[in-house]
Design a protein around this ligand. Structure first.
Ligand code: FES
Length: 296
């Protein structure tokens, strides 16, 4: 036990005011300075166009400087000596109270600690500049793209080659992949047109009226993980996704009846215009896998 021990070297910490202590301080300041400068340089380099190898070197120096500075500070400037000061009598010693401010300013390492903390703040600012890079690297916001496809009211249903599709093109039990006429490059617009016996469909309301003559259209993008739902078992009226074997009941709004998919394939409302099918509107809900702000 040390009572009111005078500051000095202990546990590898150099004596206060010694050359070794000043050298350790300079090393800490240098390390934090490197972190600050390389962090800012990294940000400037990124904004100016970036260079991967150089960015890697700067990031290494930025993080390394902070780590080295903290380690030197902890090991060479912070005493690990245990000190216990005996409690003074309560009340008394006006002289001691009057000199309290002086005593505080003489506290060991007070000035040094302030300087080092400022340097640490600068280093953290540099590190913050470096860590801002991932934010700048984010791609463009998806906007409404996740909620819309290229289907529009009045768009004709057409094959990939651009041939408009009518009732005569698909026998009962048949299935055909269709896109909006003139726009077959939007993968989210891929739609399965299926012909079933009209009396078998178990749909209600708008969903039922959007199935002219037993033709019903569902998104081809699986609601589990986005694979194309490419198989149709006509005898059971079941669509099957080959990726993980989700099955969808065509007669009941393409609800999933087995497999990992948790959401029905969205239905595209269609109607007959002359001898060609056209879309009544875009899908009423997002196609493809469910994501963060969807109920299922
Ligand atoms: S992607 Fe269709 S079941 Fe997994």
């Amino acid at each position: 036990m040390t009572h009111g021990a005078a500051p000095g070297g202990s546990g590898g910490v150099p004596p206060r005011g010694s050359a070794a202590e000043r050298r350790a301080e300079r090393l800490v300041l240098l390390s934090f300075g490197i972190t600050f400068l390389t962090g800012i340089a990294l940000l400037v380099l990124y904004v100016a166009g970036g260079q991967t190898q150089l960015e890697g070197i700067l990031l290494t120096l930025c993080l390394g400087g902070l780590g080295v500075g903290i380690v030197i500070w902890a090991q060479r400037l912070m005493s690990s000596e245990l000190r216990i000061e005996r409690r003074h009598p309560i009340g008394g010693d006006r002289h001691r109270i009057a000199n309290l401010g002086e005593a505080l300013s003489d506290e060991e390492g007070f000035t040094r600690r302030t300087l080092l903390i400022k340097a640490l703040g600068g280093a953290l600012a540099g590190l913050g500049a470096a860590l801002a890079l991932p934010i700048f690297s984010l791609g463009p916001a998806p906007g409404r793209a996740l909620f819309e496809t290229s289907w529009r009211a009045g768009a004709r249903l057409a094959t990939i080659g651009g041939e408009p599709v009518g009732p005569d093109d698909l026998p009962v039990g048949g299935v055909l992949t269709v896109f909006p006429d003139g726009d077959d490059i939007d993968p989210n617009a891929a739609t399965l047109l299926i012909h079933v016996e009209p009396g078998l469909l178990r749909l209600e309301g708008d969903a039922a009226t959007a199935t002219p003559e037993g033709f019903v259209a569902y998104s081809k993008i699986c609601t589990h993980a986005g694979c194309p739902v490419g198989l149709y078992r006509a005898a059971q009226h079941i669509l099957i996704c080959p990726c993980h074997q989700s099955e969808f009941d065509v007669l009941a709004g393409a609800v999933p009846i087995s497999g990992p998919a948790a959401r029905p394939l969205p239905q595209l409302p269609i109607r007959l215009e002359g001898d060609t099918f056209v879309a009544v509107a875009d899908y009423s809900e997002p196609v493809g896998p469910s994501f963060w702000n969807m109920g299922r």
